[in-house]
Each structure stands twice: as C-alpha cells, then as structure tokens.
Design a protein around this ligand. Structure first.
Ligand SMILES: [Zn+2]
Length: 342
C-alpha cells in the first residue's frame, strides 16, 4: 500500500518505574471507579505514551492478566495492526510539506465527538488518546468539552501532555489528573545503562535529559550530542575574541538549527549556572571548558541569551530559515557583555 505508514509496535506493558501507577489504574478499573477522562501529565520522555498504550490494551483485551494485556486475542491483534475500531488516537498531523502541524485541529477533535457517541464494536471500552493534548487550540479544546462532560458509556478519554498546566482550565477541570514525575535515578539507570556503552554515559545522558530515561536515549541518538565539545569550544573562541561569529555560524549551518539551538540551550544553561556560582554542571565531561567560559561571562547576560535561544526555537518551528537564526545566535553570543572585573 503506497500510503502505509511505518508503525511502532504497540506497547502491552508499562515501564518498570510505572508499576505503582499501573496497580492504581487497574485497581480503579476492576472496582469500576475509572474516571471517564484522565489527564496524564509529566515531563517528556518518561514513558507516558507507553503507559497509556499498555493500559488501553489491558482495558480492551479479552483475556487480560495482572501484568498487562495478553498480546494475542482479537483485540490485541487489532491494536497491533493499528486498526482497533474502539480506539481512536489523535496527534499532530503533517502538512503538505511533511512538517508537523503546530496544533491539533478542530476537525480532528470533531472525529472524537462522533467516535464517543457510537457503541463499542467489540463490546468493551471505547478509548480516545490525545497527545500532545496541550497542542489543542482554543477551538479544539472547546469542541472536546462536550464529550468530556457527557462521554458515552464505557468511554475513556486519555489526554497526554508534557505541559499539562497549559491546557485550558475548563478541560483540566473535567479530567482526573494523573501527574507523573521522573523515575528515581537508580531505576532509570537500571533501564538505560544496558542500552549504552557504559554507566558514565548513561548517567551523563540522564542528567542532560533532567532524569527522563526515554529522553536520555533520544539524546544519545541526537545529532548534537556528539558535537557538544566542538560547539562549546567555538563559544569559548567567540568569548575570547579568537573567532568571528559568522565564520562559526557557517560551520554549523550543515548540522542545522534544529540540532544546534537545543545544544546551545543545554550548554548555555550550564554556563549560566556556573557563572552564577553553581558547582555542579550537567555536561560534567566538559566541566573545565564550561568553567573557563563561565568565568568570562555575566550570568544575567547568558540567561538573557538563553531566552533569546528559546525565541529562536519558536521562530524555527514557524518556518523562519534556520541558517539566519544561527547567524543571529552566534553574533549575539559574541556581543555578550563579559563578566564584571573581580
Ligand atoms: Zn489480549
């Protein structure tokens, strides 16, 4: 089929660090106390999606076990095939240039409204999963409200978001909240370390990802992770007046603003922290260079620079050319006022 989309396999079990939450959810369901709408919040990269998939599969499964769905009944097979009639997944669609749209549109939400009033095809629950729920715009949120207020019988709406507090207050007020945090570092490392070369890299990546294990793994595969040292040395060269901003920017055009801007944010947050007196940095393997740059930098100026980077990331998502954003970023860095003389 020409329009077939490569699908990740459906997850039937949550991550180990979500076992307690899993117990709570399955107990609620067994006691018929499951809410009709659940807002699953928490940082990106902690496995919310997998938890929601596993719980949905378990609710829909015809022979569920305590640990999860069976994985091979009719319902589980339909989930694996991506064609379960009682499950509707809503996410960001792509535009005609293949770029992700910036919001979940009202037309998509109208499909939820239609779906939720129909009766179940397999005789069990009907489940709607919306992710990232905070990217519903005002019209989409409003369109969802009625379904949140009066969902059909045995309907569960799962809203997943890494920025749950930015959802409209009316949507939030109609959901039971399940706010998840990052797992304890030891549990995250127990999962992460075997997938990486060594424990030190696992710890470094977990720190850089603020404790979110899946985000740490994504970071390992990112374009910028192996380029951190070279980028930091360029920042140092600019601070010390050894390098010209546009020449440096040129070097990074090929890697692209999508990779370079988050790298700059991550490095500059460390530089700002150290310039403000913090002892510990996240890029611990680069601590000596970060220290040298931080000594020349004013913490307030670096923080302001970080805010400028965040704005550039917004502009990039809105189709401003990445190369011009990089030119601007390196020029601004070069012009940053130095630290006040001691
Ligand atoms: Zn099953």
């Amino acid at each position: 089929m020409s329009d077939e989309v490569a699908r990740a396999p459906w997850s039937f079990f949550p991550y180990a660090w979500h076992q307690a939450t899993w117990q709570r959810l399955t107990t609620l369901a067994q006691e018929s106390r499951l809410p009709h709408a659940l807002l699953v919040g928490g940082p990106a990269g902690i496995g919310k999606h997998r938890l929601a998939q596993a719980f949905s599969a378990w609710l829909l499964c015809q022979v569920p076990t305590a640990a999860g769905a069976c994985g091979h009944c009719k319902s589980c097979s339909l989930l694996n095939a991506g064609s379960h009639p009682d499950l509707l997944e809503l996410g960001l669609e792509t535009n005609d240039k293949g770029k992700l749209k910036q919001a979940i549109g009202v037309d998509q939400v109208r499909a939820v409204v239609d779906f939720a009033v129909k009766s179940s095809q397999l005789g069990g629950y009907r489940i709607v999963m919306v992710e990232p729920a905070h990217l519903m715009n005002v019209s989409s949120s409003n369109a969802l409200l009625k379904t949140l207020e009066e969902p059909g019988r045995q309907t569960l709406i799962l809203l997943l978001s890494s920025q749950a507090l930015t959802l409209s207050a009316t949507v939030r007020s109609r959901c039971q909240k399940l706010l998840l945090g990052t797992p304890p570092a030891e549990e995250a490392l127990a999962w992460l370390a075997p997938q990486l070369r060594d424990a030190a890299t696992a710890r470094l990546l977990l720190d850089l990802a603020d404790g979110a294990p899946l985000a740490a793994l994504t970071l390992r595969d990112s374009l910028w992770f192996p380029e951190r040292e070279r980028l930091l040395k360029d920042l140092a060269g600019l601070s010390e007046g050894r390098l010209a901003a546009l020449a440096v920017a040129q070097r990074w055009h090929a890697l692209g603003a999508e990779a370079v801007l988050p790298a700059l944010v991550s490095l500059c947050e460390d530089i700002a922290r150290q310039a403000a007196g913090a002892v510990v940095v996240k890029h611990r393997d680069l601590a000596p260079i970060i220290g040298a740059v931080a000594r020349r930098s004013s913490p307030a100026a670096v923080l302001a620079f970080c805010q400028g980077l965040a704005e550039k990331q917004r502009l990039l998502a809105g189709n401003v050319a990445g190369s011009s954003l990089l030119d601007a970023a390196f020029s601004e860095w070069k012009r940053l006022p130095a630290a006040a003389a001691q």
